[in-house]
Design a binder for this molecule. Sequence first.
Ligand code: SF4
Length: 541
Amino acid sequence: MEREVLEVDVLVVGAGPAGLACAIDLARRAKAREQQLSILVLDKAEEIGKHQLSGAVMDPHGILELFPQARAQGFPIQAEVGDDALYWLTEKSQRKLSGLLLPPPFKNHGNWIVSAAEVVQWLAARAEEAGVEVYAGFAAAGMIYDESGAVTGVRTVDQGRDKNGAEKPNFQPGMEIRARLTVLAEGTRGSLTKQLIAKKKLQEGRNPQIWGVGVKEIWELPGAGITGTVWHTGGWPLGKSEYGGGWIYGLPERRVSIGFVVGMDHGNPAFDYHASMQEWKTHPFLANLLRGGKLLRYGAKTVPEGGLHSMPRLWGDGFLIVGDAAGFMNAARLKGLHLALKSGMLAAEAAAGALTGEGCSTEGLARYEALFEASWAHDELWKVRNFRQGFQKGFLTGSFFAGLGVMTGGRLPGGRKPMESDHHRYAKDGGENARAKPRVDNELVFDKLTSVYHSGTVHEEDQPCHLVVLEPDICTSRCTREYGNPCQHFCPAAVYEWEDGKGLTINASNCVHCKTCDIADPYQIINWEVPEGGGPAYSGL
Ligand code: SF4
C-alpha cells in the first residue's frame, strides 16, 4: 500500500508529561547549539490531554527543573497540599494517622494537586513555543524497522476501514513517519512499547513489570470544599492478599478527586476494580463526604508498580523509552509525574549527544542509562527498589519489608527480590471467588455504563475492533472452566460481556484505554491495538 512518508529527526510517540518534557528539552538544546532539528510529537487523543489521567499529587521537583519559573508562567496547579493524612478503614470505622504518625511516603506538604490533562495541555503549548510540532489525533499503530532491525519510525493507523476491515469511501492509509530517533512515550502498557520489549528482549534479566488499576472520579461536594487536602486510605474493602488503597484530594470549587487503586497481582480471577471502588465509596467516611453531591467525571488507568527492577532496557538502535511506558513510577510514594518529566529530560540529554555525535545506535543512546543512574530519579527509585515485591506474600509481609526498606533507605532488604507477573498469579477457581458487588443506587454507587458515560468516551462504531482476541477458542475451551472469564469482571468499562451459550461480546466503543485487559488476561491473548480515533475525553482528571 502506498503511504505518505514524513521524515523528521526525532519522533516522540505520546504527548504525556515524559514525551513533552523530552521534546521541550531537546528543542532547547538544539537551539542553544544553533542546530536545526525537526521534532514531532504524536498523540492518539483527538485533543492533547484528553487521554491523560492521574491522581494527581505532583512532586514539583521535576517540573521546576524543566521550568524553574513554572508558577510565574501559569503552570496549572489546582491546589497546594495543606493537610495530609492516612486513614485506616475497617468496615464501619476509620483510624486517622497524621503528623508524626504519618508514614513518610504519605507526607505531601510542599506538593501540588494537579490535573494530568491540564498539565500536558500546558506542556504542549510550551513545546510548540519551543518549535516542536505537536499533532493530536495521530495514533501510532506499528513500528518501522530497517533491515538491521533498528527502529526507523512508526506507521500511523489507517483511517476509514469498516468493522470487517474493508475500506470505506473515506479510507486513508496511515502515514509512515520516519525518524533518526523514535522516543516511545506512550504511557502505561504502550502498545508499540510492548511489541518492542518482546522483539528486542528488553525485559531479559529483570523482574516482570506489574501494574495496578486505578479507578477515579471527580465529585462536586454537597457541603464545604476541602481544597488542598490529601487523604489516603488503606484497609477496607481490600482483603489480606490485595494491595492497594484510596485517595481523596481536595480541589477548588467544592470538587474532590477520589480514586481507588488495586495491584493486579491479587490472584482472584473474579476481581472487579470498578466494583471495589464503588464499594469503597459506601464506607461511612466516604459516604458522609459525598452523599448529596454530584459525580462529574470518571476514568480508569493502569499504573506500573514494579519499580526499578521491573524497568526494561530503555534504549536500543533508534529508540528510547520514557515515562510510564518504561515504568518510571514510585509505587511507595504513589507518584510518577515528576519521574516521567525527569525521564524525558534525561532522554533529551542522551538524544542531543547522539544526534550530534555517535548517532542513534545502541552505543550512541546507551548514555541514557548512565544519565539515569547518575540522577536523583534513580536515587529515589533505588531506595524503594524492593518495596512492592513483599506484598506478593500478603499484606503483613509486604508492610514489614516495605517499612524496613523505608527505614534503611532501601538497604534492607538488599539485592533484587523476585516478582511474579500479574497474570501468573490467578487461582484456577473458575471465578468462584467473586465478591458480591455493591448495590447500584445512582447516588454513591454507579454501574459501569453510567461511569463510562462520565468519561466522555466515544468511538466510531464501524471500525475494526481494537481489542483483538488472538485465540478466541481459548475463551470457551479453557477460560470459562479455569478462570470463569475474568475479562467480564476486570474491565472497568463493561467492554467484555460473557453469556453462557452466547460467548463473548466485545463492546469496544466503551473502552477507556486503561489497558487492563492487555495485562490481566490470564492467557495473554488480548492485544490492545490503537483504534482509528476516539477514546475517553478526560478533562480536569
Ligand atoms: Fe480497559 Fe481493556 Fe476495558 Fe478498554 S477494554 S476499558 S483497555 S480493560
